[in-house]
Design a protein around this ligand. Structure first.
Ligand code: DX5
Ligand code: ZN
Length: 219
């Protein structure tokens, strides 16, 4: 039987003036903490650096799922690994060779993920499927929370789920990020997703526990 879908709230939609309280408000209910790192170059927005990861590492035991939306991840993997990331995900669209990035992440004993934008084909990732712990399918163009889910990316999720069976990489996790709510979560889980990232749906809800439970139930 398939394991229960895991939930990764994205702190991008949290109130940064009280980040500890925000994390504590979701911690008992979720599985991972999704940390969106943006450099103002790969995406038009700037967010969190290793020093924030280091600070929140002290107050949470959740698995930190660090999503690097940055053009030169090769320069920062070490800092994020040492700051306390558990999973480090780089984008397949960056210039630096993917296999080298994956090896660099693993060198620090971390789980390696690769992400792809909505208009990136899975071919760019397929050669590394056996080297990866996680594939992150973007269901919006990265940069901002609160955008609308793009259902066309579900085809890629289905193809990846098939490829996982064929390659016998059953520990490989498929994650989706962008526009996830109670409705879109169902579509994603049906297509084969294991981890749902959700920012605004959880942090803008009046009842965060209930919002997370509704995602866990999505089938
Ligand atoms: C988008 C980020 C997402 C974002 C998701 O660039 O990678 O993790 O926080 O936010 P929602 O769930 O609001 O679309
Ligand atoms: Zn993200």
């Amino acid at each position: 039987m398939k394991n229960r879908t895991k939930i990764a709230p994205s702190i991008l939609s949290a109130d940064f003036s009280k980040l500890k309280d925000e994390i504590k408000s979701i911690e008992p209910y979720c599985d991972l903490l999704h940390v969106d790192v943006m450099d103002g170059h790969f995406v038009p927005n700037i967010t969190i650096g290793p020093c924030v990861v280091k600070s929140i590492r002290k107050i949470s035991k959740l698995e930190f799922d660090v999503h690097l939306m940055i053009s030169e991840p090769e320069k920062y993997i070490e800092s994020f690994a040492k700051a306390g990331a558990d999973i480090i995900t780089v984008h397949s669209e960056v210039k630096y060779p993917l296999l080298k990035l994956i090896k660099e992440i693993k060198k620090y004993g971390k789980k390696a993920g690769v992400s792809m934008n909505p208009d990136t084909e899975i071919d760019s990732i397929m050669p590394y499927i056996k080297d990866l712990d996680l594939i992150l399918v973007m269901s919006v163009f990265p940069g901002f929370g609160g955008q609308k889910f793009m259902p066309e990316v579900l085809e890629k999720v289905k193809m990846l789920a098939n490829a996982r069976n064929i390659n016998r990489t059953k520990n490989l996790l498929i994650e989706i990020d962008g526009g996830i709510n109670e409705k879109t979560a169902k579509l994603a889980v049906k297509a084969g997703v294991d981890i749902l990232v959700a920012g605004s749906y959880i942090f803008r809800s009046d009842n965060r526990e209930k919002a997370i439970e509704s995602l866990k139930k999505a089938q």
